[in-house]
Design a protein around this ligand. Structure first.
Ligand code: ADP
Ligand code: MG
Length: 558
């Protein structure tokens, strides 16, 4: 039984398997390696995952969801066509799809997977990822950090095992930059830094806004459908600029066009590059490394394919990234290699991922000018190596204060309210004039993500201890079993009908976006396709599918 490696991305997911020394990316029913991480509930209750769901995000937004990885480990609930799903349940549909695609491709059952997660994922998010695996019928014993996977893939492919890697992972909505050491079969993440609101989407929006400006339209006043369709055109235009120097954005609805060149794009995106610079500077600072210490730059994520991004990186770091394959496949390959190592068992002990605490843990301190908006006081700072134990020293703010309420927070924001609250400890303290109490707060954080907080008041010799885990967000064995059974009743689209359904979904989306003659062409093609589908003549169906795809490509300028 094979173990597969999975990159469960915010925008796209991929699966990979090790066959001997080779890593093979697993194609889905459409023959593509990338499956969009989108889920949509069809009219008949079928669950659509991937390209079809992405089309339906535009045409049936109320029945569709994407980007749910952002909410892993939180209690957010998504409502799709009136049914409620947690982020891990939606992720489980994506995983189930990848599992079924892998089983078809390999001709055997797949029951185990190694899944990659961002290095900064906290314990809740990691646990939720494992839970998504369990809900998809996959045993997930090991999660691998995305930058480690990228470094592993890079080292295996280039044949150079040792070194210090800078992993530049630029996806659809997130930028993660990590410094990773790989020496003596130990992969160690030295530092991670990122911007979880910066990604390929920002290029799309900048292009769309520039288009509007060019035509004296207000982007913010466009209705959501028009915005979505303009963004999609902008994304196509952006992707075209990866392979050629010039591309035309033609917006049907307003009969408006704009020519974009790589040079113009680079000018438009200065603000993005500035934000990337900040992250790069921070990760180098945090790791106490300089550019000279970096042996290799590894590009990961779809947005790293953009020549303007690679060019910018090169000019900032004065070093060329090594091309080891399509950047959006690198992490999946690493996860696949890891799955292979796990399968062979004997190798697993050689490869240790040293864990770091990727976020800051701290307590609230009084904000004297705005009392209901306390300030974060860090106790354990991000990138500390685990296990880790740190003490902070505090005092009373008010005369004769007899009680303190210590809030425990996780995150990098200045105000506690912008960070994640992990818990509160209430404690009596000895009343003294302001500033005289001696209060020690000690945090111990272990590799399993368990945080123990100890507060002591020196005057009273009193100690209060609390162990914080994220148990409250977790399902019990029975709840998991029950939900697993409920989810089983949701059926994924069978592979045979996927291409047809995708063409129909794309037609519906285009119909909602286009106008006039072009819209009529879509409607005609759809009608023709529906007619041939009822004929049950395979040759005819295949011809009219191809004709519709050709027409849609033409209409979208692909
Ligand atoms: P994630 O890690 O968020 O799941 P990916 O690594 O798959 O996502 O990256 C998705 C992003 O990559 C999207 O914004 C997409 O527009 C962008 N992208 C994919 N291919 C290209 C390309 N050829 N040129 C420019 N951008 C691309
Ligand atoms: Mg990714």
């Amino acid at each position: 039984m094979a173990i597969i490696g999975i990159d469960l991305g915010t925008t796209n997911s991929l699966a990979c398997v090790c066959q001997g020394q080779k890593t093979v990316l697993i194609p889905n029913a459409l023959g593509q390696t990338l499956t969009p991480s989108a889920v949509s509930v069809g009219e008949d209750g079928t669950i659509h995952v991937g390209a079809i769901a992405r089309e339906r995000l535009v045409s049936h937004p109320e029945a569709s969801a994407a980007s749910f990885k952002r909410y892993m480990g939180t209690d957010k609930v998504f409502t799709l066509a009136g049914q409620h799903f947690t982020p891990q349940e939606l992720s489980s549909f994506v995983l189930r799809q990848l599992k079924e695609d892998a089983e078809r491709f390999l001709g055997e059952t797949v029951t185990e997977a190694v899944i990659s997660v961002p290095a900064y994922f906290n314990d809740n998010q990691r646990y939720a990822t494992k839970e998504a695996g369990a809900l998809a019928g996959l045993c997930v014993e090991r999660l691998v950090n995305e930058p480690s996977a990228a470094a592993l893939a890079s080292s295996r492919i280039s044949g150079e095992e040792e070194g210090c890697y800078l992993v530049f992972d630029f996806g659809g909505g997130t930028l993660d930059i990590s410094i990773v050491d790989y020496f003596d079969n130990v992969i160690e993440i030295v530092a991670v830094s990122g911007d979880n609101r910066l990604g390929g989407n920002d290029f799309d929006e900048i292009i769309a806004r520039s288009f509007c400006q060019h035509h004296k339209m207000d982007y913010d006043k466009l209705d959501p459908k028009a915005q979505a369709s303009l963004l999609l055109l902008a994304e196509n235009c952006k992707k075209e600029l990866t392979f050629q120097n010039q591309s035309e954005l033609f917006w049907e609805a307003g009969d408006k066009r704009m020519i974009l060149t790589s040079f113009l794009l680079a000018g438009l995106c200065q603000s993005i590059f500035e934000r990337i610079s900040q992250v790069l500077t921070r990760v180098l600072q945090d790791s106490e490394r300089t550019v000279d210490d970096i042996d290799e730059i590894v590009l990961a994520g779809g947005s790293s394919k953009m020549p303007v991004v690679a060019f910018y990186l090169q000019s900032f770091l004065k070093k060329s990234p090594r091309a080891i394959g399509p950047p959006d496949e690198v992490i999946a390959m690493g996860a696949g290699i890891y799955a292979g190592i796990k399968e062979r068992k004997q190798d697993i002990r050689d490869l240790v991922l040293t864990d770091i605490c990727p976020f800051t843990l701290g307590v609230n301190v009084v904000n004297l000018t705005e009392t209901d908006n306390p300030i974060m006081s860090p106790v354990i700072e991000r990138n500390s190596i685990l296990p880790c134990c740190k003490t902070g020293y505090y005092t009373n703010v008010y005369d004769n204060q007899s009680h303190i309420a210590v809030g425990i927070f996780q995150g990098e924001a200045y105000y506690c309210n912008d960070n994640l609250k992990l818990g509160t400890i209430n404690m009596e303290i000895f009343p003294l004039p302001a500033g005289q109490a001696q209060i020690q707060i000690c945090f111990s954080y272990d590799i399993n993500g368990i945080l123990e907080v100890e507060i002591s008041d020196q005057q009273m010799h009193r100690l209060k201890k609390k162990v914080l885990t994220s148990e409250n967000l977790r399902l019990s064995e029975e709840e998991l079993e029950q939900r697993l059974n409920e989810l089983r009743s949701y059926k994924l689209m069978p592979p045979g009908g996927i291409r047809t359904t995708l063409v129909l979904a794309r037609g519906e989306r285009l119909f909602s976006q286009l106008l006039g003659d072009r819209r009529r062409q879509v409607s005609l093609a759809m009608e023709q396709l529906r007619q041939t589908l009822s004929s049950q003549n395979d040759q005819k169906i295949s011809n009219s599918l191809r004709a519709a795809e050709k027409l849609f490509d033409l209409l979208e300028g692909l």
